[in-house]
Ligand binder design. Structure first.
Ligand code: FMN
Length: 316
């Protein structure tokens, strides 16, 4: 028998990490997942620094279990955000969208466990050099901002596994225990689940966004905005406006000015399904109900054990 590296590292029961997600993952979702035995992450990406402090304080009140904060490194007030995380003695930080070298050593000097999100094995090597404690490898299927390489989770995980022995968390397209078993077979030791948790009761996304996402069919999302920051979007009116500009060969500046500010807030949080930016993963088309986060964690673990048993029964 071998102990799981991710549950050991974070001091949690199940190796299921609820992804940090703009406009979805506040203290309510993070604490619900942590209380269910997974690891909840507060998504700092959509929060003003003092809002983040408030969410951290509320999360501490709502759970005695480990939880963390996800910080996209291109965040404009990054110094302030990091100071808050250190002041509040947050034990776990997941960084993304940037170079892990910039903050890992400083966070680790404060005793913080650091994981970093990558979309390819060359970035995983940078994580090793930076001294992170765990790598999250996120494939092309994933919701939100995405890598330019378009490597799918199935192709990505074994390649990242090949270049590093660090604890490895797979992300992108994982919403079930069967998906979890599949990436474990490829060498992952944990899963980071975004889309499935964005569409739970405790997610702070608007109900309109959740209902729209659970109605999606295969092919209803696409990786868009590649000239500025590749993002997986629902093909709504806003996406079609982007597409029209891109077809005309628009510059990055033109795309930036169409995007403007607050598009994802408008789409995800305020529920403007027409003009808003609706970020969600390919696996949304597999989801048809909005349930409590605890049900997702428990359901995934049950499915995982059943999937492994089923595979064990196959004879050749
Ligand atoms: C609505 C939404 C918002 C997201 N926001 C962030 C974010 O702020 N920071 C980040 O590192 N990743 C973000 N992501 C990506 C997730 O952290 C996660 O890696 C991804 O959702 C996993 O793939 P899945 O959606 O197929 O489960 C977001 C994803 C979604 C769906």
């Amino acid at each position: 028998m071998e102990k799981n590296k991710i549950t050991q590292l974070f001091g949690i029961r199940y190796p299921i990490i609820q992804a940090g997600m703009v406009w979805c993952s506040g203290w309510r979702l993070a604490s619900a997942v942590s209380n269910s035995g997974g690891l909840g992450l507060i998504g700092a990406g959509s929060m003003h620094p003092e809002t983040l402090r408030d969410h951290i304080k509320k999360c501490k009140m709502a759970t005695g279990k480990p939880f963390g904060v996800n910080i996209p490194l291109m965040y404009p007030q990054i110094e302030e955000i990091m100071q808050i995380v250190m002041d509040e003695k947050v034990a776990i930080v997941f960084t993304s969208a940037g170079n892990p070298k910039t903050w890992t050593a400083k966070l680790k000097a404060e005793g913080i466990i650091v994981a970093h999100v990558v979309s390819g094995s060359k970035f995983a090597l940078k994580c090793v050099e930076a001294g992170v404690d765990a790598v999250v490898a996120e494939g092309f299927e994933a919701g939100g901002h995405n890598g330019r390489e378009e490597t799918t989770t199935l192709a990505l995980i074994p390649q990242v596994r090949k270049v590093t022995g660090l604890p490895l968390i797979a992300a992108g397209g994982i919403a079930t225990g069967e998906g979890m078993a599949a990436v474990f077979a490829l060498g992952a030791e944990g899963v980071q689940v975004g889309t499935r948790f964005a569409l739970t009761e405790e997610s702070s996304a608007s109900d309109a966004f959740k209902q729209k996402c659970i109605s999606l069919k295969e092919g209803d999302t696409i990786l868009s905005l590649k000239k500025i920051s590749p993002t997986r979007l629902v093909k709504n009116d806003f996406y079609h406006q982007v597409q029209e500009l891109e077809d005309r060969g628009a510059s990055a500046d033109e795309l930036r000015s169409l995007l403007g500010r607050g598009r994802s807030r408008r789409g995800i949080f305020e529920g403007d399904l027409v003009e808003g930016e609706l970020e969600i993963g390919q696996v949304a088309s597999l989801i048809d109900t909005v349930v409590p986060a605890e049900q997702v964690v428990e359901g995934m673990m049950k499915e995982y054990y059943e999937a492994v048993e089923k595979l064990n029964r196959i004879v050749f």
